[in-house]
Design a protein around this ligand. Structure first.
Ligand code: IPE
Ligand code: IPE
Ligand code: MG
Ligand code: MG
Length: 423
């Protein structure tokens, strides 16, 4: 492997969209690279299926582990099956992983989480309390508190060789992460005019928009109060930035970029703010609270950032390929809301007629159906999946830099769970 070059930049992809093709430049690397295939600085067709030699699959994991085969199958409702079979590192992902396996590692700290969150959001205004508790019932996937607790254990072990316990302030961050997440969902269902969440009516559907906004605000206020009680200025700054990001992300989603070249960057920036910032900064907060050094804090943040981006990319794919029953929330919703997510943005490279539709937010009669058909015909879903996998790999690369422990292994498995989740 004399020609393998190692790139030393960090994990940021920059996209330039020109008519018919997306150019992306790796400002920061995802691993070592077999240099004989393309120049990394500007790699014109990495995301293009026509030119396999430029495929990002030429990238190899930083630890040079042998590659094994992973079969990726997505389905387009029942009508279209897209299959892509590719070489990808799965060595770290061999064992069967379920959330329950990870749950066992943090069972003690996790078991009373919902109860404790309910205590934090109790109120003498009974209706307000009932609305606030409606989705704080522990029936979500609890990805965020689970990630945060596993990260706390991983950081504690890395720092002290003791992962037996999670510090109280770290557990509070896990609670806060689920509270901010839940409040954002209650608000998001107002913005998205959605009536179903987790297989049951949304707060907005049951109590109306005004009470949904107020209940979301109430949960955020209680989360802020719990944050302030930690009396750690650094952590307060880190977590309060999340709420700002959430608002900015939802705001960015209300607009479209006229310039095609800017659209993909706008989408990624929005995705970070709307979804990844919460996970990234919660992971960062527990590393800070574990007295970790700056390097470890950065690793925790970048792990969270990359699983957050993976998570939303998969959510955006599932909106096209899954159904309401499995997801417990409306699917094929994004186009109707005027949103051009990754599958559409990639599809527009093959079918430029999507550009004016994106610009008018699919508002003309027939736009949604036509756009959906074009996405189905294109390899937009596959390319969005490839991008999700790149962020997943980067998350694994990050966490592998910390000392091996059962919680660190669980964080590696969690990446695969997020990548392959069906709901
Ligand atoms: C849904 O998040 C919102 C997104 C960021 C896509 P989850 O899918 O984690 O929601 P729950 O908590 O499990 O319902
Ligand atoms: C994620 O966006 C919601 C937040 C992060 C607030 P979506 O609008 O895609 O989430 P779902 O699909 O409604 O769960
Ligand atoms: Mg939504
Ligand atoms: Mg969605």
């Amino acid at each position: 492997m004399a020609s393998v070059r190692r790139f030393t930049c960090g994990p940021m992809l920059r996209f330039t969209i020109l008519p018919r093709r997306i150019y992306y430049r790796m400002d920061k690397t995802y691993g070592t690279f077999c240099g004989k295939h393309c120049n990394l600085q500007i790699c014109p067709a990495c995301l293009s299926r026509q030119n396999n030699k430029h495929s990002p699959l030429n990238f190899q994991p930083i630890n040079s582990a042998p590659l094994s085969t992973l079969s990726v199958t997505t389905s387009f409702s029942t009508s279209k099956q897209i299959q892509c079979r590719r070489r990808i590192s799965t060595n770290h992902m061999k064992e069967a992983f379920t959330l329950q396996n990870s749950y066992k590692l943090i069972e003690e700290e996790f078991s009373t989480l919902t109860e404790d969150i309910k205590k934090l959001t109790s109120s003498d205004k009974l209706e307000l309390q009932n609305i606030a508790h409606y989705h704080l019932d522990g029936h979500g996937k609890s990805i965020r508190p689970m990630t945060v607790m596993l990260m706390a254990k991983t950081c504690n072990y890395h720092h002290t060789y003791d992962d037996s316990s999670i510090l109280h302030p770290q557990r509070v961050i896990a609670m806060i992460s689920e509270m901010i997440h839940t409040a954002s969902l209650i608000h998001d269902d107002v913005i998205d005019m959605s009536d179903i969440r987790r297989g049951k009516p949304t707060v907005k559907a049951l109590w109306g928009e005004r009470k949904a906004i107020l209940a979301g605000n109430f949960i955020l206020s209680q989360a802020s109060s719990a944050l302030a009680n930690l009396q750690n200025e650094y952590v307060v700054t880190v977590i309060s930035g999340v709420i700002e990001d959430l608002v900015k992300g939802e705001f960015m989603q209300l607009g479209s970029k006229e310039d095609e070249n800017e659209r993909f960057n706008h989408y990624l920036k929005k995705t970070f703010k709307k979804t990844a910032s919460l996970i990234a900064n919660s992971c960062k907060a527990v590393a800070i609270l574990g007295n970790c050094c700056e390097d470890v804090i950065d690793i925790a943040y970048n792990y969270g950032r990359n699983i957050g981006l993976t998570f939303q990319l998969i959510d955006d794919i599932l909106d096209f390929v899954s159904c309401d029953k499995i997801m417990g929330k409306p699917t094929t919703a994004d186009l109707k809301l005027g949103l051009a997510t990754a599958p559409v943005l990639f599809a527009a490279q093959e079918y430029p007629e999507l550009h004016p539709m994106i610009m008018r937010r699919f508002s003309q009669i027939g736009d949604v159906r036509r756009a959906r058909d074009l996405v189905a015909k294109s390899d937009g879903v596959t390319q969005a999946r490839i991008l999700a996998e790149q962020h997943a790999k980067e998350a694994v690369r990050m966490i592998q830099q910390l000392k091996t422990s059962s919680s660190q292994q669980a964080l590696i498995h969690l990446v695969k769970f997020i990548l392959d989740r069906k709901k």
